[in-house]
Design a protein around this ligand. Sequence first.
Ligand code: NAD
Ligand code: IPM
Ligand code: MN
Length: 357
Amino acid sequence: AEVKKIAVIAGDGIGPEVVAEAEKVLKRTEELFGYRFETEHALFGGIAIDEKGTPLPQETLEVCQNADAVLLGAVGGPKWDSNPAELRPETGLLGIRKALGLFSNLRPAVVFDCLKDASTLKPEVLEGTDLIVVRELTGGIYFGEKYRRETENGQQAVDTCAYTVNEVERIVRQAFEIAQKRRKKLASVDKANVLESSRLWREVVIRVAADYPDVELEHVLVDNCAMQLLRRPSSFDVIVTENMFGDILSDEAAMLTGSIGMLSSASLGAGSFGLYEPVHGSAPDIAGQNLANPIATILSVALMLRMTFGYADAADSIEKAVAEVLDAGHRTSDIAVDKSSAIGTIAMGDLIVATMK
Ligand code: NAD
Ligand code: IPM
Ligand code: MN
């Protein structure tokens, strides 16, 4: 098989721990299916601030730009929390998404049957939940003008939420296309009763919807959506929303699956290139203790194999192995009901590798 280049940026906290397990899984697909991957590791986030003086060194960006896909762990931690914006790990994350043109972030939340007891919600509410959040990733309040100024009432801080028609249209079209390949239901989430950017968002959705008459569309205000996600999660299929709403709603959706440690993501642009990362962060509270659930990152590798490389057999193999290991009752502590029987990060990775076929 053709050699595919993967940039690996493990980052901070539990990032290196979960990425190490994901790399083992990637290696196993080479043995099982004959695929060939060349990985190149690069510094990113807090560790890059410490070693290079910037969260996103130019050479790291180049490693990513020269690769076919990027596997990312997580960044951030208390050590860098009082740094100015340009010396924050999170700024590097926004920078890499923007520089690589990754405007579309797909975050599937699927409830594994055997994990219904791991969630804080009632099993009968979770039954059949299988949704995907399509989050706009390079616009909105994350990227609008931000500044501080002195006013007669003291210092003021400003963040601007801005969207162009084009930025909305490209993500909305992607969401409609994803819905067409699923259960053909799209919920567009906004705050059009208050925000001008949301009113533009809704106008674009309504216009674009005419091209996808087979998709059933609902507009849901974000506050109501946050509530409905807990009330009737299984009724959602595809949720499309702006950057910050998508950030918040996807962490909420994670709890449907039992843990944020289960949620994978794909960040895509116009072509097949993609960046794949778990939805969770660097989890400083459990870092370095072999406690992190590696499944979110392992499932992100499956997304990479499927979406960037078209290696459906390898992606299926990973997803089936994860389901089988969970079915057999193996749990990291975040998804364990009986915490005393929980296994560690490395054991979970090893079990998944051993189960792949
Ligand atoms: P977090 O997602 O890191 O952790 C939230 C909670 O979930 C913690 O209790 C943590 O222990 C738990 N958790 C997260 N991932 C887990 C896993 N794989 N297995 C088991 N438990 C897991 O969010 P936070 O605490 O708000 O943020 C910590 C740092 O991570 C901050 O610096 C934040 O900016 C950063 N962050 C980075 C990313 C990213 O790199 N994509 C995403 C979110 C947060
Ligand atoms: C995520 C994270 C990031 C975001 C932060 C760390 C910048 O929370 O990937 O969900 O808000 O996009
Ligand atoms: Mn987030």
